[in-house]
Design a protein around this ligand. Structure first.
Ligand code: ADP
Ligand code: MG
Length: 436
């Protein structure tokens, strides 16, 4: 029928506009490299902040002793301790405690919040027992990571490096996205201090804010951005990360419902609620509270469940549509269209992430094989999107290989680095210990 044809036309137009042929990905990667240079050259020189993290020593694996970490997230925080045993024994022991933050403290003063945290930390330290050995005559050392620039991405990098010295960069693909990598200190013109002894400096790229005319942005992306909490910012993140993917799907579906009566004569009311707009009203200028709300108000996990549905009648798609959007009686044909839509959105995000990582490798000169030299590079990946959205991560990894090309691809590996934020902070306390 005419309606069906119209719906398919909307889908196809979206697919075409969000296309990521390899030539485009190469342009995106080149633009990433250019922006990295600009951000390192001067403060404010690029959309990429390229923050100097002051982490100039990453763990080697030799670290020994007891170290603590505080990991402050959106709704709760974790305190943890690790007993490190050096190269052979590695993490001998670890313990953690998770404490949820009372809502009134999230909107109150920082003094009250940190008093609360200090108290919980003191209680945790008091339970230190068998298997944890503070060095005699030394104070305990603690690393701190929280939802703020200079953060969990660096923890992931540290955690990855602890286990594998070939780790050159870390990327988080979760609710948001970010990347950090190890830069040669002399390649940071905006750094005017003494060069660190190691000759290296970890750079927190804040790559979510990357943008380029080469990004395949559609009218749906523009609308999402305009209605977001931070219009004009985090454009790369808005095409890639967990907070937004589901909303792009929703927007295209909404257009199909409005202009092609995809779900019948009326537009399902739930489909027209931009989740970002609906929460925008109650969100204050408070990063932690915003993170908390972000986590719970988007449906990328549902999108992923629909995308992975392998049942012949696409049962999962049917029930998700019923549960989330209150749309019942969807035909198999409609469900197939929805899976295709999820695939288009996830594929673009995954391929753009791969291009971003390729851009970092280019910046480091690790994207080509030099004669005879087998330079190994490992990229540490973490985050819920990467971990749980299998079709996304599979596509990202194969695109990355495609960009690298056969010969180099053998020397470059993407590795899952688990729980970077917590352990990573403890490892950084160890590699920066004042007793070294
Ligand atoms: P954060 O980035 O907030 O630290 P995580 O790294 O733990 O969070 O990732 C959580 C995010 O991962 C969720 O907000 C969601 O976007 C995404 N996610 C979690 N589970 C799934 C899933 N099954 N499929 C797709 N995305 C998921
Ligand atoms: Mg996280």
């Amino acid at each position: 029928s005419g309606r069906w044809a119209k719906a398919i036309a909307i889908l196809k137009e979206f697919e075409e506009k969000s296309g990521t042929p390899i030539s485009k990905l190469r342009q995106v990667a080149d633009a990433m490299t250019v922006e990295m240079h600009a951000g390192l050259a001067s403060e404010g020189g690029s959309k990429l902040k390229m923050l100097i993290s002051y982490v100039d020593n990453l763990p080697t694996g030799d670290e020994k002793g007891l170290f603590y970490a505080l990991d402050l997230g959106g709704t709760n925080f974790r305190v943890l301790r690790v007993q490190l045993g050096g190269k052979e024994k590695r993490v001998v022991n670890q313990e953690f405690d998770e404490v949820s933050i009372p809502p009134h403290l999230m909107t109150g003063t920082s003094e009250a919040l940190f008093d609360f945290i200090a108290e919980a930390l003191a209680k945790f330290v008091a339970t230190e027992g068998e298997g944890f050995h503070p060095a005699p005559g030394r104070q305990r050392e603690l690393g701190f990571t929280f939802s703020f620039p200079v953060n969990d991405t660096i923890g992931t990098l540290a955690g990855g490096r602890y286990h594998n010295q070939d780790v050159a960069a870390a990327v988080i693909l979760g609710t948001g996205t970010n990347a950090a990598y190890v830069e040669r200190a002399h390649a940071i013109p905006k750094w005017h201090g003494l060069l660190p002894k190691s000759g290296e400096m970890v750079i927190n790229m804040e790559w979510g804010n990357f943008r380029s005319s080469h990004l395949p942005l559609t009218e749906y992306d523009q609308a999402l951005d305009a209605e977001s909490l931070n219009p004009g910012e985090q454009i790369f993140e808005k095409t890639i990360s967990g907070m937004y993917l589901g909303d792009i799907v929703r927007r295209v579906l909404c257009r199909m419902a409005e202009e092609a009566a995809f779900f019948g004569d009326t537009v399902p009311p739930k489909l027209s609620i931009p989740f970002i707009l609906s929460i925008g009203v109650i969100v204050k200028e408070n990063d932690m509270e915003r993170d908390n709300i972000k986590e719970n108000c988007h449906w990328t996990p549902d999108m992923s469940a629909m995308h992975h549905d392998t049942s012949p009648d696409l049962r999962v798609v049917g029930s998700k549509l019923k549960d989330i959007l209150e749309i019942s009686n969807t035909s198999l044909k409609m469900r197939k269209v929805i899976v295709e839509l999820c695939d288009i959105v996830a594929t673009r995000g995954a391929r753009l992430s791969a291009a971003g990582i390729f851009g970092i490798l280019k910046k480091l000169g690790r994207d080509t094989a030099r004669d005879g030299e087998k330079l190994k590079s490992v990229i540490a990946l973490d985050g819920g999107l990467y971990e749980h959205y299998t079709k996304f991560s599979t596509c990202m990894e194969s695109t990355f290989k495609e960009l690298l090309g056969g010969e180099v691809a053998e020397n470059i590996v993407i590795e899952h680095s688990n729980d970077g934020s917590g352990i990573g902070a403890a490892l950084l306390a160890a590699s920066h210990s004042q007793y070294l």
